[in-house]
Design a protein around this ligand. Structure first.
Ligand SMILES: Cc1cc2nc3c(=O)[nH]c(=O)nc-3n(C[C@H](O)[C@H](O)[C@H](O)COP(=O)(O)OP(=O)(O)OC[C@H]3O[C@@H](n4cnc5c(N)ncnc54)[C@H](O)[C@@H]3O)c2cc1C
Ligand code: SF4
Length: 333
């Protein structure tokens, strides 16, 4: 097993200090729980000689309900999110996604911010240095060829975080702090479809918080498939939020993870507004989810399985939520 390279550790007390330190050390990296960054440094995937640890920045660790929305600091751990009563009751997709990340020991350290900024993954990249060297490396690090799509000009490494799709269907926004101040954007706009540059965050910005509206009448859920029932990253994950009034579906959002270089919002679902959840609606859902599943050979599990499983998960979740709500909406009310 390779060892962690030497680095200088900096410990800012405030978010502004962290941003200032990053500006002074452009090749530095932020460290939150370290469950993604440290293994990647040890494997030689991330090279940095300055690490800015965010653990002492108290302003990143709050959970506040205010004016109809919940603001969650990026330093909140996944264990805390999964166990929080308000999150469980009003934003179940988020609680379920947090509860399904890795294993319990990871979730004690792993944070919301680290999960949202997680590196994209590929079976040709997330390997030891000797393995990558023996296979002549790939475009993401050390060569100019993609081993998944040899003629491709871009990397297809898959974004495999569980929380982003849940936050997308919950219509969350992210808050970023940079040297020029704060900016807020919808979480879907925080991601780009490029395995080597998947975050729409400037190098000098810090992700500070996530704001989730506590909307009336919406229910939500998250489910994923993975090789083993714990520890493993999602091969495919599906989040659904829906709103039902009587026999009509008045709102439906679906987002996917693990099947593209960014978490994908499923498009083309608006046409179902006002209609019942019948076989036609379920067929449209299956078709649109399949269209949004852009899986490439980035995992050891074959692409056809990942293309087939996302519509199955989506239909199952939609039917479960539809039946759960009935004429009497529960969940976010
Ligand atoms: C065995 C194993 C299994 C795993 N299984 C899963 C899984 O099932 N699902 C899943 O989603 N993840 C999984 N992970 C990945 C990881 O553990 C989690 O995604 C975790 O939430 C990362 O959070 P962290 O706080 O540890 O991030 P860190 O490792 O500290 O950081 C991750 C990245 O985010 C950056 N970063 C952190 N905070 C900020 C910030 N505020 N602003 C800007 N950049 C920031 C860091 O610089 C780094 O690049 C797994 C990891 C391992 C090792
Ligand atoms: S998709 Fe291609 S370039 Fe990207 S990590 Fe995999 S092999 Fe490398």
């Amino acid at each position: 097993m390779s060892t962690l390279p030497d680095f200088r550790l900096m410990r800012p007390a405030t978010a502004s200090d962290a941003v200032r330190m990053r500006a002074l050390h452009p090749s530095s990296r932020y460290l939150a729980g370290g469950t993604d960054l440290l293994p990647n440094m040890r494997r030689g995937l991330v090279a940095t000689d300055v690490v800015i640890a965010l653990g002492d920045v108290e302003e990143l660790t709050g959970l506040h309900e205010e004016a109809g929305s919940l603001t969650i600091g990026v330093g909140v751990t996944l264990a805390t999110l999964a166990a929080n009563k308000l999150v469980q009751e009003r934003l179940p997709a988020l609680a379920q996604a947090a509860a399904g990340v890795a294993g319990p020991t990871h979730r004690i350290s792993a944070t919301l911010g680290g999960n949202l900024c997680l590196e994209t993954r590929c079976r040709f990249y997330n390997q030891s240095e000797p393995w990558r060297e023996a296979n002549d490396y790939c475009m993401k690090l050390g060569s100019d060829t993609c081993r998944v799509a040899s003629k491709s000009a871009r990397c297809y490494a898959a974004f495999s975080g569980d929380l982003a799709p849940a936050l997308m269907v919950l219509a969350a926004e992210v808050e970023l702090l940079g040297p020029l101040g704060t900016r807020v954007l919808p979480i879907a706009d925080f991601y780009r479809e490029d395995g080597m540059a998947w975050l729409a965050m400037a190098p000098d910005e810090l992700l500070v918080a996530v704001r989730v509206p506590l909307k009336n009448g919406w229910v939500s859920a998250y489910e994923k498939v993975r090789v083993r029932g714990s520890i493993d990253f999602p091969l495919a994950g599906v989040a659904v939020a829906l709103r039902r009034e009587g026999d009509a579906l008045v709102g439906l959002r679906i987002a996917l993870t693990g099947v593209s270089s960014r978490p994908e919002s499923v498009s083309g679902l608006e046409a179902m507004a006002g209609h019942p959840l019948d076989d036609t609606a379920l067929a449209i859902i299956a078709r649109q989810v399949k269209l949004g599943t852009k899986a490439m050979e980035t995992t050891l599990i074959e692409v056809p399985f990942r293309r087939r499983i996302t519509p199955v998960l989506a239909k199952r979740l939609v039917e479960r939520l539809w039946g759960m709500v009935g004429d009497n909406p529960i969940g976010p009310s």
